[in-house]
Each structure stands twice: as structure tokens, then as C-alpha cells.
Design a protein around this ligand. Structure first.
Ligand code: MG
Length: 390
């Protein structure tokens, strides 16, 4: 039997809208949705799909900086410049894909539908085995009324009616030709462009969650949907101690704090970040900092402990989770932590990629009792709360 070669399939994400209906300071696709920009969630849904070979985004270049920030680190090719209408933007995107060596299939998707699921993406791709086009859609369940001056003028038969969503998938050469032929017309979706060209387009049953984020209420609904899926809430604790040695500064919570001693350790001896790293690893039941970064490994000599903390945050992200909260307590007589607390919280939030309002840094002494009271070293304890998919 000949081996079937998987078709190349590019997801073309349409993010050209200026989102004026939303009334926010920036287009909705660049707003935060449960810790990540809407656009990043949309792009990741396709990048993570095994049958999608690449992602290209069409944007309004006015928002290039917001775009770059939203997709940082995802390794996307340069975005395509959108046009005056959605239809123009899609056509520009298709032309850009053609110029880069035309994929077999293209999935055209709204940036503002971040909750698209892998099963629907796979079903649209699968339908393209036997038809030139296939779109995600949901059957109309409500009874439909035609209105006139605020009163019912008639009941519309809903039999056979569907609400079109995206992704809308097509064999690439067919939809490119159809879009070229429809240039200058005003059609509301790509299926309409395909229909006009006489292409057969299948309806693929999708999910209500794949709604388009259009209003602030929609953004709240999407946030609730994501948060309710992260119902496995874990709390981890961490504790660390480093002893004083000669030196003129200590590294605490990522900051260099002047002091009449340094801290002894294999890495930069940042007790605060070590305790917090262990707290996050604890929440994941993923071992401790020593098992991930053995002190016997010369690579970690003098290392910036931000690297350890970021690793723990990456493990949370790999599990599809979020860090809901981090709380660090520094225990020492000196140096005084108070003046640095705000900057320490800022630095931790930056390393973790979360809002500073989710990070707490506190300090206490032990009333001159014990090893911290005798100024032999610094201790730190931390608690982290992590939300994982159930
Ligand atoms: Mg340590």
C-alpha cells in the first residue's frame, strides 16, 4: 500500500481588525485573556495541532508592536499586512502564502476565536479529504423571528440553518482563485467566496465555546471558560537557607542588594527565588530545585537563579496551567528588605510572566533568635498556587 503523504496545512489567522466596537485601548485580539493575549491563545491552538504545519497572521501594521509582544517566542514568520476589509486581508494573506510556496490546505480563522479546540480543527482538516471546502459551524437551536418595528413579523423556519464560525478550511489553489475572482465584492465570510466560485463546502459541527470575542462581556465569558477548565488548584511550599560569606552584596528575589556580606552558594545563592522555585515545583509534584539543577553540575556555578524560576514557570505552562499567586517571605535581621519589596515583586512577576498583583514579597526577622537572629545567613519561605487543567 502506498504511504499517504500528509498535506501541508497553514493556518491563516486574520487579526487585521481595529476592534472599534470593543471600545478598549487596543484591538481585542491584543487584550489579555486569562494571562495571555487573545491572539497568542489563538495562534497556539493551531501551532499545537499535529496536522497544522504552520501559522501566518494578517495584521494592521499600526499594531505591529502589540503583535510582536503577543507572539514573542513562537517563531512565526513575518505577519502579512491586512487590507481595508476582512476580505481584502484574507486575500493578502493567501497571496503571501502563494508567494512562499503555496500549501496544500489553508485554514482561515478569526484571531478573536481563541477557544477553538483541537478536535474541531482536526475535523475541518479531515473533511478536506473529500471536499474543496469545510467550515466549523453550529446548528441553530433557537427559534428565529423576523422583526419589524420591534414586533414579530413572522417566524423563520430554522430547519437546516447553521451559524458559520471559523476555521474555514479549503484546498489552497481553489480558495486563492475564488478570492482573486471576488476581489472588490463584499462577502461576509470565506465560505461565501467559495460558494460564489461554485466550490462545495461542508459543514463541520463545532462547539458553542468557539465564539467570537466581540464585546467586553465576551472576554469575561472566555476568561470564565478558561478558568473553569483550570479547576485542579494546587498549592506548593518551598524553604531555603544560605549562609553569609565575605562580600558586599546579596542577591535577593532577583535584585542585587548591597550588604556587608555576600551569600555562599553554588549559584547566585538567591534564597528567595530558590524557595519560590521549590514552591512551584511542589505544586506540580515535580521534584525540587536540586533534582532539576544539581549543585554538582558546573553549568549552574554562579548561575542567575531567574533561570531556575523560569524553568518552573515553563513546566506550569507546558502542563497548560497558570500561576495564580506567589508569596515569598524573607527571614533575616539584615539587610533591610522593606525598601526593595516592590522592586522584588516586580522582578518576580517579570520572570514568571504574570501580573505584579499576583506576587507578594514580605520580610520578617526572628527577634535575634536562631541562626538568622545571629546574622549567620538568610532564610526564605514561599508558597505558590498553580491552576492546572483537570
Ligand atoms: Mg538555595
Amino acid at each position: 500500500m502506498p504511504t499517504r503523504i500528509a498535506p501541508s496545512c497553514i493556518a491563516l489567522i486574520v487579526a487585521g481588525g481595529s476592534g472599534q466596537r470593543f471600545g478598549a485601548e487596543r484591538p481585542k485580539q491584543y487584550l489579555d485573556l486569562a494571562g495571555k493575549p487573545v491572539l497568542r491563545r489563538t495562534v497556539e491552538a493551531f501551532l499545537d495541532h499535529p496536522e497544522v504545519t504552520g501559522v501566518r497572521v494578517v495584521i494592521d501594521p499600526t499594531w505591529r508592536d502589540a503583535y510582536d509582544a503577543a507572539v514573542a517566542g513562537l517563531g512565526l514568520p513575518d505577519p502579512v499586512t491586512g487590507g481595508a476589509s476582512r476580505q481584502d486581508s484574507v486575500r493578502n494573506g493567501l497571496e503571501a502564502l502563494a508567494a512562499d510556496g503555496a500549501p496544500d490546505l489553508v485554514l482561515i480563522h478569526d484571531a478573536a476565536r481563541p477557544l477553538i479546540d483541537a478536535a474541531t480543527i482536526g475535523a475541518v482538516i479531515g473533511a478536506l479529504d473529500s471536499t474543496a471546502g469545510a467550515i466549523a459551524a453550529v446548528p441553530v437551536a433557537d427559534t428565529l423571528k423576523r422583526g419589524s418595528s420591534g414586533a414579530i413579523a413572522g417566524t423563520v423556519d430554522r430547519e437546516g440553518l447553521w451559524r458559520a464560525q471559523t476555521p474555514q478550511g479549503f484546498r489552497f489553489p481553489a480558495i486563492l482563485e475564488a478570492h482573486r475572482a471576488a476581489a472588490g465584492l463584499s462577502l461576509t465570510d470565506d465560505a461565501a467566496v467559495a460558494e460564489r466560485a461554485g466550490l462545495a463546502v461542508a459543514l463541520v459541527p463545532s462547539k458553542e465555546d468557539n465564539f467570537k470575542v466581540t464585546t467586553p462581556d465576551d472576554l469575561s465569558r472566555a476568561t470564565r471558560a478558561i478558568m473553569s477548565s483550570l479547576w485542579d488548584v494546587r498549592t506548593g511550599s518551598g524553604f531555603d537557607v544560605h549562609r553569609f560569606t565575605d562580600g558586599d552584596f546579596v542577591t535577593l528575589c532577583g535584585l542585587r542588594v548591597p550588604h556587608d556580606h555576600g551569600l555562599e552558594g553554588h549559584s547566585d545563592a538567591d534564597v528567595g527565588l530558590h524557595a519560590l522555585t521549590d514552591a512551584i515545583l511542589g505544586a506540580l509534584a515535580a521534584g525540587d530545585i536540586g533534582s532539576h539543577f544539581p549543585p554538582t553540575d558546573p553549568r549552574w556555578r554562579g548561575a542567575d537563579s531567574a533561570k531556575f524560576l523560569r524553568h518552573a514557570a515553563d513546566l506550569v505552562a507546558e502542563r497548560g496551567g497558570v500561576i495564580a499567586h506567589a508569596d515569598v517571605t524573607i527571614i533575616c535581621e539584615r539587610p533591610k528588605v522593606g525598601p526593595h519589596r516592590a522592586a522584588m515583586a516586580e522582578r518576580i512577576a517579570q520572570i514568571l510572566g504574570i501580573e505584579v498583583g499576583r506576587v507578594s514579597v514580605k520580610a520578617t526577622t526572628t527577634e535575634q533568635l536562631g541562626f538568622t537572629g545571629r546574622r549567620e545567613g538568610i532564610a526564605a519561605q514561599a508558597v505558590a498556587t498553580v491552576r492546572l487543567p483537570g
